[in-house]
Write a protein that binds this ligand. Sequence first.
Ligand code: F6P
Length: 521
Amino acid sequence: MSLPSINPTTTKAWKKLSNHFNEIEPIHLNDLFSSDEKREDKMSIEWKDFYVDFSKNRVSDTTINLLLELAEEVKLKEAIQLQFSGEKINQTEGRAVLHTALRDFNAMKPEVKETLQKMKLFSEKIENGTWKGYTGKPITDIVNIGIGGSDLGPKMVTETLKYYKNHLEVHYVSNIDGDHVAETLKNLNRETTLFIVVSKTFTTIETLTNAITIKKWFLENATITDVPNHFVAVSTNEEKVLDFGISNENIFTMWDWVGGRFSLWSAVSLSTCCAIGYTNFEELLQGAHEMDVHFKETDFSENIPVILSVLSIWYTNFYNAESEVVVSYSQYLSYLVPYLQQAFMESNGKSIDRNGEKVDYQTGTIVWGSTGTNAQHAFFQLLHQGTKIIPIDFIGFSESLHGNKEHQDILIANLLAQSEALAEGTAGTSIASPFKEFEGNKPSNTLLIKKLTPKNFGALLALYEHKLFVQGIIWNVFSFDQWGVELGKKNAQQTLNAIKERSDSSIENKSTKNLLNQFLK
Ligand code: F6P
């Protein structure tokens, strides 16, 4: 069965929302609060360790009801069922979308269980030092060689959960820029380093080139028979991995029903699993699964991913907001935004709908952001006094991990104060200068989570995955392919041939020709 393919702008709810927008748009958030005493209670959801407050959005109860009507009308419920039941909803690639199956311990596919078991045994050996390098020394460093989903997810989780990390040092090489690989290798000891080549397809030029360079570097001191102790791979493409020279027992499988940007729940996170230990990795999966159950089973009005998603549709399609900011008040989450950028922008950056027609409404959100409080001293000026409407997700943890209460209190005070200032502005206070006035009325969600644990973090990531799924369903686009990256890859191959031949004769584009000649000078 295929996904429903309803143009959202043709629904009754969309028309009602358009009319409703004209009514609500002029109303300031301060008035929305003063006209409804229970607003902050009604517009918040408590779920396990999460408290999600969406009261500081430019919406009324009617808006939320209409947005949920829209979700019903585009058949979101059926779409969720189709995803979880393993239908081939990634239609343009003929694949199921089952990253959720990687974290469902109650109904786990045997091949997933087997791979998890293999990850467990392997990571334990690396951690306890029984896996030896070619001179008999235990592994001290792990290098993950991958790009896109084969880099951003594991790198981000390793960084976020580094409080739970063991003695192993993990490095990530992604860019084809030779300086990246050189900088990574310069302080590494071949005898004690493990390389994990991660590529779903095992055809990605950056990853393969980096892997070949690293293998050559390794063989400067070691021999080919030492390779199995130092090189393992994660891929769906066994044949290509074997061609590269990695032995069968060192291959960790993944499957075509797991998209690259949704693959951190698989062996793609082998580096993370080694660094934080299998138990913590499993907790991450458990947390994500709990969010899956919440998403699948909770009424839309109490469903965190659904609510956050329809709010995002509200701003994108009715307020013409072009981007969204995510600000995490935890330095551990400093790699969250690049990960979310791939997740959201590779998934929903589409302009052809599920009927093959060009859309005449906005899709996709530009996601950007940073950590707080740092961001307050960088781009918050524009959020407070700029001309654009940019909805914000504030993410904070009630407890700090190292327990420095003084710092934690200042940190969370800032989070709360920023969302308040953005919403309220300086209305009602007498300000002498227009330059010092704050309009307020700037929307935000606050996600207050008890503590940064692997479980809670798994749930947070799954929340965002489901948010983008809901957006894609409403926008009527296919969220699980990424054809838009192909043309650039093809052109790069042609340009590379021209560079190797040191001739511009095969290049037609005048600008590229000119730039190429500058490069070849
Ligand atoms: O080119 C985009 C992309 O296909 C991403 O979707 C993917 O995460 C990345 O490249 C890496 O792909 P692979 O894991 O196959 O090397």
